[in-house]
Design a protein around this ligand. Structure first.
Ligand code: GLP
Length: 244
């Protein structure tokens, strides 16, 4: 794993956006695996700014997102569809038909998981997968459990994740209990992985992810086995790495 430590969130965002931008420049028809949560927002702002100043062209890019809540329609403000439209899709020249997320409104979980897994295969796999890190070590919505799940699947969100994500909803009761997510195998098929982590409250879990045992109770720890992972962390998030 390659580690880049930056002074603060804004430099973390700029560095990570630079890595995505270089992928877009080097291979204009790349498949970008994208993530939601508050951490990548600065990256999307930077990519949008570079697009608006004419430096970055997304016209041949395809995107696939990691995950989506079950039961939320794309026009629901809390859905990841809505998040992506607000923070990136509406700001850059990504072709409309090439922005893919799981369909949270498809109640047939088996079919939806199979459809999304096949879709990623048909696209030829992901060139670079952006990941944030959950407070419990989750990546996408791969929650701590007894085993790593390989393919796209439906998950029951843990209480910790529901608690962490309630800040985006009116009340905790509104947070969906289930989501569709890429599995660990789906994420691992990405040629490159870019993990972004910010803030002191993630320092302990980042240390476990990068330096601890590889086990499904810390899902992100499996990234130690991927051949091309870059972690961009701000100083606060990297605070416990030196000690480790
Ligand atoms: C959600 C998403 C994850 C994301 C995580 C961390 O649970 N499903 O993909 O990494 O939140 O979010 P944040 O960056 O807001 O801490």
């Amino acid at each position: 794993m390659r580690l880049i430590v930056t002074d603060d969130y804004s430099n973390m965002s700029r560095k990570a956006a630079g890595l995505i931008a270089s992928q877009v420049i080097l291979k204009p028809n790349s498949v970008l695996g994208l993530a939601t949560g508050s951490t990548p927002i600065g990256i999307y702002e930077q990519l949008s700014a570079w697009h608006q100043s004419g430096e970055l062209d997304f016209s041949q890019i395809t995107t696939v997102n990691l995950d989506e809540y079950c039961g939320l329609a794309p026009d629901n403000e809390q859905s990841y569809h809505y998040f992506m439209t607000e923070h990136l899709f509406s700001k850059v020249n990504l072709p409309k038909g090439r922005q893919f997320l799981p369909d949270g409104m498809n109640l047939d979980a088996d079919r939806e998981c199979e459809r999304y897994q096949n879709l990623i295969g048909l696209l030829g796999g992901i060139d670079i997968q952006l990941l944030g890190l959950g407070h419990n070590g989750h990546i996408g919505f791969n929650e701590p459990s007894d085993a790593f799940v390989k393919d796209v699947h439906q998950v029951e969100l843990t209480e910790k994740t529901i608690e962490a994500n309630k800040r985006f909803f009116d009340s905790i009761e509104d947070v969906p209990r289930k989501a569709y997510t890429m599995g660990i195998g789906t994420i691992f098929q990405a040629k490159k992985i870019l993990l972004v982590v910010s803030g002191a409250e993630k320092a302990g879990i980042l240390r476990q992810v990068m330096c601890g045992p590889i086990w499904p109770q810390v899902p992100g720890s499996i990234l130690q086995l991927h051949p091309d992972v870059t972690v961009v962390a701000d100083q606060e998030a990297a605070g416990e790495l030196e000690r480790a």
